[in-house]
Design a protein around this ligand. Structure first.
Ligand code: DO4
Ligand code: MG
Length: 297
């Protein structure tokens, strides 16, 4: 069972349940957080509440492909994990040219404490088919395809989604203290297209992640990896995020990238990024230069 959000004929956001047989049922909650709160009040899991709500209703006539999907959750905050896959450690050692002895990336990959950072806020986060922006002051930019954990305020994993942690490799490579600038800007984080409820995932450590990039209608990059390659456990990442912290219902925690395009690759305006995770769907975003940036002198 997955939860989606789509634009209704009245142009408002409609939350819906998508069953594994492809049927779509409208559900009476105005956001995923609202569904979480109702489930909490009724002392139920989101899955059983949704099953109960849809059991006496009819599915809508439209198929998934006919709907205009929007952000399935409106998270106040999106956090992200870093250097949780070998691939990320290697790529970062290369871009920072710090691979002599033990770099900070080698250290954080091995350390007990994971790297966690605030990736995005609601107004910087976009959903499917909306442009992700590339920075105007960077010449080396990539998407980072990541599994996202959807959390309750108690740090419970209620669902899984897809996230794109857009990153600037030259800014981070110049100096890791520039990380917030290498990671956070307008439309630098994309989430969607659905949230698969946690109870309906057999093994979250065996999910295939595929990233494809198209340029001028041609496939110019395609690579796959599996969440089985993750160095850490999800609960470990969540427990560090919750330590001495306030976690909002519906916070998304990205779990790090396992796919990094080769050194000579950088995103360009007009590219289309697709990130697919088995059982969750395909998160597709075109790439655009942010035309509305104001350059302060
Ligand atoms: O260390 C910097 C960020 C790492 C990251 O975003 C990742 O590994 O996915
Ligand atoms: Mg990342």
């Amino acid at each position: 069972m997955r939860i989606i959000c789509y634009k209704s004929e009245q142009k408002s956001d409609q939350l819906a349940a998508l069953t594994d047989s492809g049927q779509i049922y409208v559900i009476p909650y105005n956001s995923f957080q609202h569904l979480m709160e109702e489930a909490e009040t009724k002392n139920q899991r989101c899955l059983s509440l949704v099953q109960q709500v849809i059991q006496n209703s009819l599915p809508i006539d439209e198929k998934l492909e006919e709907l205009q999907l929007t952000l399935p959750i409106r998270p106040e905050e999106v956090w992200a994990s870093g250097v949780t896959y070998l691939k990320s450690r290697e790529a970062r050692n290369l871009e920072s040219k710090a691979a002599t002895n033990q770099s900070i990336y080698d250290k954080v990959y091995e350390a007990e404490r994971p790297e966690l950072f605030l990736k995005s806020t609601l107004n910087r986060t976009i959903g499917p088919d909306t442009p992700v922006y590339i920075r105007t002051d960077s010449n080396w930019q990539i998407p980072e395809p990541e599994l996202g954990l959807v959390l309750s305020s108690k740090g419970e994993i209620v669902g899984y989604t897809i996230g794109n942690d857009m990153s600037s490799r030259d800014i981070e490579g110049e100096n890791p203290l520039y990380l917030p600038q290498a990671k956070v800007w307008k439309n630098s984080c994309s989430i969607g297209p659905s949230i698969r409820l946690a109870e309906t995932v057999d093994d979250p450590y065996n999910l295939l992640i595929t990233c494809r990039i198209h340029r001028n209608s041609e496939l110019i990059f395609e690579e796959s990896a599996n969440t089985s390659q993750l160095k850490r456990k999800y609960d470990e990442l969540v427990s560090f995020l919750c330590r001495d912290n306030v976690v909002f219902n519906g916070t998304v925690l990205l779990t790090g990238t396992c796919i990094v395009p080769d050194e000579d690759f950088t995103l360009a305006e007009g590219d289309v990024i697709e990130i697919e995770i088995s059982g969750i769907g395909v998160l597709r975003n075109p790439v655009q230069v942010n035309k509305s940036v104001k350059i302060a002198n």
